[in-house]
Design a protein around this ligand. Sequence first.
Ligand code: SF4
Length: 73
Amino acid sequence: MRFNGVDIPGIFSVWNNVSLYDTDPKWDWGLRQIKEKGAGADKCVACGACEAACPQHLNIIESLQQAWKELNG
Ligand code: SF4
């Protein structure tokens, strides 16, 4: 599911994998795909639609920005 073009599950999946396997995101295929699709967290406009739809009431906007910063840092 992509909210306003942002691949939220994809970004969190890459973030989890990079952390779990201690790999360099620079070489992550999934991250490259997200960027090529233009579906990165840099496209987030903080509209809140994803948080309103989230049954677990996760703080998606803040976590997305944190993930993107770490993956591209
Ligand atoms: S806050 Fe809005 S733009 Fe940002 S990821 Fe959620 S739905 Fe997409």
